[in-house]
Design a protein around this ligand. Sequence first.
Ligand code: IMP
Length: 434
Amino acid sequence: MAGVCVIGLQWGDEAKGKLVDLLTGQFEIVVRYQGGANAGHTVVSEGKTYKLHQIPSGVLTPGVMNVVGPGVVLNPKVMIEEMDCLIAQGVRFESNLMLSDRAHVVLPWHMAEDQAMDKNTADGESIGTTLRGIGPCYRDKVGRSYAVRLGDLYRDSFRERIACIVDAKKKVLAGLNGGSTLELDPDAIFAEYNKYAERLSPYVADTTAFLLDAVEQGKRLLFEGAQGALLDVDHGTYPFVTSSNSSGVGVSAGSGVPGRWIEKVIGVIKAYTTRVGGGPFPTELKDDVGNHIRERGREYGTTTGRPRRCGWFDAVAARYTARLSGVDALSLMMMDVLCELPEINICVAYEIDGRRTSQFPSHVDDLRRAKPVYETLPGWREDVSQVRRMEDFPRNARAYINRISELLGRPVEVVSVGPDRQQTIFATPTLVRQ
Ligand code: IMP
């Protein structure tokens, strides 16, 4: 057994990057396996803040190999900008970054399609995508005819392939809502992507073969999920989801590493809930408490800067995604944000059309009608950002942590009380096997 997975159990932004960064030193390889430049992982290390979008958070730890797997949709321009930004901050990765030649490439038309089609046309509510071209790129991947994989950039046929796709995409773009003003010049696109290919060439490899060799040799892998399980394209709040399997079920498909190599899944949750973009959110707070959480928790998107919608912890949703993702243990983040509140609610069930249920609805229309049933716990009012041991939490904070653990049926093994590495409490001395 070789792999540990870190999976967000809400609608993303659970501070997974911080946990991955803390754990990285115990692994030889960190793997990103789904999503793309829609993700934003903030890692604070030795006083410096790093913002990562496509590069695994392990890049900040020397000696760890970082793999971007086949399930990721890669924007080469953004990748190069991210690399340059890291280099400017003194991070080196010449020999510890690998990009799968099977990963699909985000091209200029994908952003234009995202812009024009970000509507759930059935009811007119916008999905509120990050406009990074993620959905259209995954659509082309599944459609196959107009897709480009990273490995294609190095083939003689690439120029011809671009010319063919541009022909087809011009027609697609012209037919979209109001059309698109994007000018597509195949020669210019070829030249631009050729430049990117040259810069990325030292990193491009068959990562599937590399990872299979690694697990068979007993190497330790850390899988870094992006987004959160409620945004999973198959199991989330469809259609208000991302386009990849962001729950635990996506690890094998996106990386090429079979489930038999996974030894532990850590589910990451915030002490409250946030969501960015459209879609139902039963515990959303559109009042002063919601604003308080947003400001205290600095709840603004890493990638888009959008203010995040904030609400109470939803144990119905998180229990569902913990089970779906095969979670063994929980990492509870942002506990410091809830202090100052006199009372704190946890959603323990939904009421849908007058019937109480603890099952997460499979259809978004039912979720829209779900009214949260709350259990109210007393707040703790004390600043917990300096707490370093479980037993030093105020009694009410400990009761809150225990209740979440009970409702989700899993132990809380990590609690985070601030962005710094030191602001982390490990309930068990060995979160992962040494
Ligand atoms: P897309 O992934 O850009 O297609 O966006 C689809 C939905 O997922 C939108 O509601 C986005 O706001 C949301 N989303 C995508 N990436 C993230 C993320 O990293 N954190 C939180 N929400 C995200």
